[in-house]
Design a protein around this ligand. Structure first.
Ligand code: KMT
Ligand code: NI
Length: 180
């Protein structure tokens, strides 16, 4: 499975776990309420995996590419690491499959609290269009991930605030109904 927890508000190194004291776990059911989807796959066979193929077919994830995020492998590393950690939305789902290494995706709940999702090798995660989120490496400084997309990829981040953005409105309409 996947582990997630509510974050503390300390401004220490973003790569640290930032757990509350005591730890406050976040359930998969809660993530599902926020629209986050999750699968555990065998990353060692991503090149020929019928389960991955089935997910790609059902969700129309026609496009894939692989990114290697580490200080030595990612061009423009420092700038990109900063950009990934700016709170933002996208006008499409963000679909990431961790092939090696690990990293944290943080998402906001409807009370504006940060939830940290510990993504490890084999975790395929979908962050829905319009959810506020960010990404960071952990102290191992290494994530190799497949980025998937429906059609031609658009990775443009729209930094918060985006309350009037159609994708933000769509997200709130779809998932926040009845929530304060
Ligand atoms: C993104 O768009 O935030 C990224 O591709 C970085 C995270 S991929 C594990
Ligand atoms: Ni993003």
């Amino acid at each position: 499975s996947i582990e997630a927890w509510y974050m503390d508000s300390s401004t220490e190194d973003q790569r640290l776990p930032h757990r509350l004291e005591p730890n406050q776990p976040c359930s998969l059911a809660k993530l599902r309420e926020l629209g986050v989807l999750y699968w555990k796959l065998d990353a060692d066979k991503y090149e020929d995996d019928p389960r991955l193929a089935a997910i790609r077919k059902v969700y129309n994830y026609s496009y894939t590419e692989i990114v290697n995020i580490s200080p030595t492998t990612l061009p423009g590393y420092e700038d990109k690491i900063k950009m990934f950690y700016e709170e933002h939305i996208h006008s499409d789902d963000e679909i990431r499959y961790v092939l090696d290494g690990s990293g944290y995706f943080d998402v906001r709940d409807f009370e504006d609290r940060w939830i940290r999702i510990d993504c490890q090798k084999g975790d395929l995660i979908v962050l829905p269009e319009g959810i506020y989120h960010r990404f960071t490496l952990n102290t191992n400084n290494y994530t190799k991930a497949m980025r998937l997309f429906v059609g031609a990829p658009v990775w443009t981040p729209h930094n918060r605030p985006q309350e009037e953005h159609p994708s933000r409105r769509k997200y709130l309409d779809k998932f926040a109904t009845g929530v304060a």
